[in-house]
Design a protein around this ligand. Sequence first.
Ligand SMILES: Cc1cc2nc3c(=O)[nH]c(=O)nc-3n(C[C@H](O)[C@H](O)[C@H](O)COP(=O)(O)O)c2cc1C
Length: 180
Amino acid sequence: MTTLNFVALCGSLRAGSLNSAVAHAAAALCPPGVVLTVDNGLDALPFFNPDVEQACPPPVVAAHRARLAAADAVLLASPEYARGTSGMLKNALEWVVGSGDLVDKPVAVVTASPSTTGGDRAQAWLAETLGMMGARVLPESLRIPLATNKITDGRVTDEETLASLRDLLEAMARACRTVS
Ligand SMILES: Cc1cc2nc3c(=O)[nH]c(=O)nc-3n(C[C@H](O)[C@H](O)[C@H](O)COP(=O)(O)O)c2cc1C
C-alpha cells in the first residue's frame, strides 16, 4: 500500500491556538501508511488578487498550490471568527479556486472553539465554500466544543477528542482509497 500524504492547513496565527494544537495532534495520530504535514504558514500568502493570479502567481502561491495538489487529502483546522472561518484560511482557499487543486479531493474540517457550539458556523461556512470549489467534503468533519477544557498547553488531553480525531483520519484514508 502506498503512503498517503495529508496536509493540514491551520487557520489561526495565535501562539496558543487550539486549532494548531489539534492539527499537530492529528499529525501524531495518523494510522499506519499515512503522513500528515501541518502548514502553519498561511500568513505568508499575499491577499488573493485575480490580476496577480493571471499575470504570474508569486512563488509562495505556487508552493501552496503544489503542496495541495500533491496531497491525497486535506484537513482544515479552523477557528471561528465572527461566525465564519479566519480571513487567512479563506484567502488560502481563494488562491486554489482557479487552479482547482481541491477538485475531487477529500477534505475534512475540524473546528475547535471555547464555545459550546464548537465552531459550527465556521464549519458550515467552510462546507459551503469547499462544495463550490468541487472538493469532496467529508461528512465526518469534527467540531470540538469547550475546547479549552480539552486542550492544555498545546496538547489535546481529552481521550474522547483524541478518539474522534483518530476516526476522522481513518475516514480521510478510506476516502482516498475509495473512488468518488
Ligand atoms: C474577533 C473574534 C471573533 C470571534 N468570533 C467567534 C465566533 O463567532 N464564534 C465562536 O464560537 N468563537 C468566536 N471567537 C472565539 C474564537 O473561536 C477563539 O478565540 C478560538 O480559540 C480561536 O481559535 P484558536 O484557538 O485556534 O486561535 C472569536 C474570537 C475573536 C478574537
